[in-house]
Design a protein around this ligand. Structure first.
Ligand code: GAL
Length: 376
């Protein structure tokens, strides 16, 4: 290419990038002349039926507002068309960045294309948005490790392993059942794969027996992560596979809401006192109380304050026309591209960990744990 053509191309690129930077705040990310008060961040959350998403939404909103940004926070009632509509509205109302925790990770391609056309950066929050080139960043936890931690907590709860990874005193065999989350949530697959990789040697050795024989994710998944769905499936399992006097010793549950449904089914069937080992995730306050009371065995704590903080950091980078810093650029292929990600670590919480991990860090007070209710 001749120098002349290169120079001409260079000026076109310069003109285009100047045009891209000269927006007035109605979409298109930030620019130097925008003050935080002129910029709006659209935050789309899946549901208010789960306490964790309320905490996530509030944390993101508070942190952005503390920096002076405007926030358009919407909850979609776990309804896919509602979420699509809410995101559409955020775009037409002139959002400068979108932060989205999707209900169905594959259902927002149209909205994301509209966002891309309006030059609005999109951050996937905790749940990866799939099948779209227009996901600019992903903030989450190491979801495979969450699954490993859940399965390990099941092994520890059963006494097959010690907390420090050593061999436990129990020998089994133990009857267990498996649950997974909603198949349209990318995370559900990561959790289940991480858990199954950890449990497989024990299942292969006959130390753990999945008495129902249901070990495939599509046999054990619960649509929309619903508590009632988990309760119903546990009831069905008890009727179909444990009507011969045999007992369930452990249940792999990937989320506290499901765990509470499973526990209700077990209690209704007469389990009490010496409850089966039930795992969880999210450290929802109702489940933390159950762990404190010795009813649920464990949960995986994902600090929503840190996740919200990362979403804010990433959002602010985009608003300043910078690229947010990723710590993983390999794991999260959304079917179209690998989405640069910032992944946070997780912590397993048994009864003994409630005080050091949840109370001493200010996540919950001792009173909230005792009551099983957050003051908000
Ligand atoms: C997942 C999330 C879990 C849990 C679940 C149900 O996407 O990673 O932490 O909250 O949804 O809400």
């Amino acid at each position: 290419m001749s120098r002349k053509i290169l120079a001409a191309l260079g000026s076109v690129v310069l003109a285009l990038s100047m045009a891209a930077c000269s927006g007035d705040g109605a979409g298109g990310g930030g620019n130097d002349s925008d003050k935080p008060g002129d910029l709006t961040i659209g935050v789309s959350m899946p549901t208010q039926t789960s306490e964790r998403w309320i905490a996530d939404g509030n944390s993101v909103k508070e942190k952005l507002e503390a920096k002076g940004y405007k926030v358009d926070l919407q909850y979609a009632g776990d309804d896919i068309p509602t979420q699509s509509q809410q995101v559409d509205q955020m775009i037409t109302r002139g959002a400068d960045v979108l932060i989205i925790a999707a209900i169905d990770g594959t259902a927002l391609s149209g909205q994301l294309q509209a966002a891309a056309d309006a030059k609005i950066p999109v951050i996937a929050y905790d749940r990866l948005i799939r099948d779209s080139p227009n996901v600019d960043f992903y903030v989450s936890f190491d979801n495979f490790k969450v699954g490993v931690a859940q399965a390990t907590a099941l092994l520890v709860g059963l006494g097959l392993q010690t907390k420090d990874g050593g061999k436990g005193e129990a020998t089994g065999p133990f009857n267990i059942e498996l649950f997974a989350g909603s198949l349209d949530d990318n995370n559900a697959h990561f959790f289940f794969n991480g858990a199954m990789e950890t449990l497989k040697p024990f299942i292969d050795a006959g130390t753990l027996k999945v008495k129902s024989g249901q070990t495939k994710i599509d046999q054990v998944a619960i649509l929309r992560w619903q508590q009632e769905g988990a309760q119903k499936r546990m009831e069905d399992l008890l009727t179909s596979s444990y009507n011969d006097g045999s007992k369930v010793a452990g249940v792999l549950s990937p989320y506290d809401g499901l765990s509470r449904g499973i526990i209700t089914a077990l209690q209704n069937a007469g389990y009490s006192g010496d409850m089966p080992v039930v795992t969880g995730q999210d450290a929802e306050i109702a489940s933390v109380k159950l762990i404190n009371d010795g009813v649920q065995s464990s949960t995986i704590f994902k600090d929503t304050r840190l996740l919200a903080e990362q979403a804010v950091v990433a959002g602010e980078s985009f608003l300043q026309d910078k690229t947010p810093q990723a710590n993983d650029t390999e794991t999260y292929n959304n079917g179209v591209k690998v989405v640069p990600s910032y992944l946070l670590p997780v912590q397993t919480v048994f009864k003994d960990d409630i005080k050091p991990v949840l109370i001493d860090s200010g996540y919950f007070t001792a009173e909230e744990v005792a009551a099983g209710q957050a003051k908000g």
